[in-house]
Design a protein around this ligand. Sequence first.
Ligand code: F6P
Length: 402
Amino acid sequence: MVKVRSKAKVNAKSKITRFGVIPAQAARIKTIGVLTGGGDCPGLNGVIRAVVKTAIAVYQWRVLGFEDGFEGMILPGKNLDLDHETVRGILPRGGTILGSTNRGNPFKFPVERQGKTVALDCSHEVRETYDRLKLDALVVIGGDGTLSIAKELGTKCGLQCVCVPKTIDNDLNATDVTFGFDTAVATATEAIDKLHTTAESHHRVMFVEVMGRDAGWIALYAGLAGSAHAILIPEIPYEITKLVKKIRERESLGRKSSIVVVSEGARPKGGEVSYLRRANPPFDLVRLGGAAQRVADEIEQLTGKETRVTVLGHVQRGGSPTAFDRNLATRLGTAAVHAAARGEFGTMVALRGQAVITVPLREAVDHKKYVNPQGEMVQTARAVGVDFCSADNEDRVEPSHS
Ligand code: F6P
């Protein structure tokens, strides 16, 4: 069970302002830092903006930004003062004004030694920077990798971190949804909508590969919204003969084109994921890619139908965040500052139902959130004729009218 922390209690030393109750312990903070780590996603700027505006307006704290994730706390000259002027106009902008990297783990920091890249523990440099700049708290915006680092910096180096979850993949367990996901789904859905018409013109089977690593959320949500005929996700290993059957059924009903959404982590039953580059531990994860092309080649061979593949790639990570993501980013950024004011360190802010709460970091990073193959979303998709090409015979096999 995730423990929900209580709101600040009003005591003699608390102040009541037009922003609400200012807890007494907020006075212990003068300066906070903020950084973005891991892969970027739409909404990061919204969080940075909310952190800066809330910290200055509500608490009169100074805010320092660090560039390129934790690298900004290790290498010199990579921090800057953030104020109202620096964050003006950034809410609708994708990316992060602070920059980001997925190679900046301070415990395994990449350093060149005699022509080779080796991993060094530079966590003490992070602590030194924290002390030198007189930080009282650090807001860390990131996915599971970055949040795990923040947790370690808290337990091993004593940094007072409050984290904000981000990822287009939506695979973080302790929050209902991560910002960036809604925008990625909107981008993918728009692409699928466009592919329908060209697929129909040429009587082709069109494959769309979307991101998500080992979670099929983007494929499921965009596939359902874009009325795809089949969706292949990592959580439901597929059987190619099921897809052949689906395409033939559609043909027999006079539907000469089909749309198949393939999550980058999809794999055939008993088979492996497709990747472009192997993992290079501890610096790089395996680079996924090629899942849709693999299925398309097989389908062309087995059905004789013409196929085409569209890989959406990093388009899903870019662009202006949707209104939903802007508001979620803003709520989480403000909530992170309030959590710091209450002294709730080693936590992550999260969306639960309609509420923004804080949860212990441990619970946020220990488990990932995957699509439930028997869950309501998958069953709804099945009910309206979407085929997951499940190897376990869970999909409807009678001719569908989708
Ligand atoms: O985790 C987010 C994500 O966009 C994944 O969906 C994707 O596999 C990965 O990042 C790509 O990361 P990179 O920036 O290293 O290409």
